[in-house]
Design a protein around this ligand. Sequence first.
Ligand SMILES: [Zn+2]
Length: 471
Amino acid sequence: MRTIRGAVWACLGALLSAPAAGQTGALTPAQAELREIYRELVEINTADSAGDCTAAAQALAERLKAGGLPERDVQVIAPLGGPKKGNLVARYRGTGAKKPIMLLGHLDVVEAKREDWERDPFKLVEENGYFYARGAADDKAMVAAFAANLIRYRREGYRPERDLIQVATCDEEIIPSNFSGIVYLLKHHRSLIDSEFALNEGGGGLLDKDGRYLFLAIQAGEKVFQTYLLEVTNPGGHSSLPVKDNAITHLAAGLARLGAYDFPFRLSATTRSYFERMSRIARGQTAADMQAILREPPDAEAIARLAATPYNNSAFRTTCVATMLDAGHATNALPQRARATVNCRILPRESVAEVQRTLARVLADDKIRVTPTHEPTLSPPPPLTREILGPVETVGAQLWPGVPVVPTLLPGATDGRFTINAGIPTYGMSGMFRDPDGSGVHGLNERLRVRSLYEGQEFLYRVVKRYAGGR
Ligand SMILES: [Zn+2]
């Protein structure tokens, strides 16, 4: 692990000349162990269609047992009727003085088609300072790092004050009906995974386009995922004799009103802290705007300017957006039915029922029926206590001096919403810094900087030790 001075890793040239890029020779034993686990996990397809989480969970279990964890503490748990939906639960025993910590991550990945990718998505390719593969970043890097670190602790004879429970789940990417993974474990094996708090994906860190370290993220809270079906029905008729009362027109006009609407601006403890800290990292108008929205009352023009950046907008308001349309049954018939899917991402403490009422009010047409497609999973943001934040700041300052720690709200959804909902405060952190373009997560040519994998491993190694105490 090299220490990085200031927030400057200037250019790709520096990465290319770094010993870790392209060569395994320069790796420490712990890094080499991680690389092997990571490669093995990535090369087991765990997508929902043709993949097999159980195979990945078993591979991980074998690694942990070979690394010295007792057989009885390493389990692969698949739900009945889901032989390929296995999860791994492994317990690294401490003195038991305190309640366990959960090291959470998911084994499954989003689909990836070989013909669309530049490289085989299920082969770990190391090229120009990056690892490329489906799952390279989301989320096999973190799962592999947790496992490699447990093995490293074991070799070092580390005895924490709490048990460390690695939970590697299936079906995290199946939204909203994730029934085989963390939901299943919470329901049927709660005692096996019960923890005081959990570390999870959704944190990491952000680089700018020149590879400079902008901030180390600690994610505290997720938005609530809620989808609605909008439907207009109509008797229809012959399209040569149209009338104004048309199902498609009703729906389209309502969707246009929704598209123009902004839900109210609202800050939580997490997002207030996010904008406070980001206002010191940002420059010029953006920095001034971030300050201006923190005042009472917040500045409306500053809100509007910041909202042009999707992440900012998602951080300070609920969003609802049309994602699918389906209408009509023949080119020469008036539509009898028009349907749209609207996906909402609701601020953690906002009322889901209230959002539905707002939707109806904004659509402003009682011909448009609004129906939720599923029960929401609420996830109140976990508190960012000193006990949680302190170790992240300390280890962050050791590894990346001068790089600030910034709390974030996740606009997306992870397994964390279920653990939070079950009373296990869950925080996103990995120490794995990513490029500003999203690194191909859920998309094509997913990648992770080689350096980020090993930095994240070291960050997690140290931060978990600080949370767990002992020696
Ligand atoms: Zn993920």
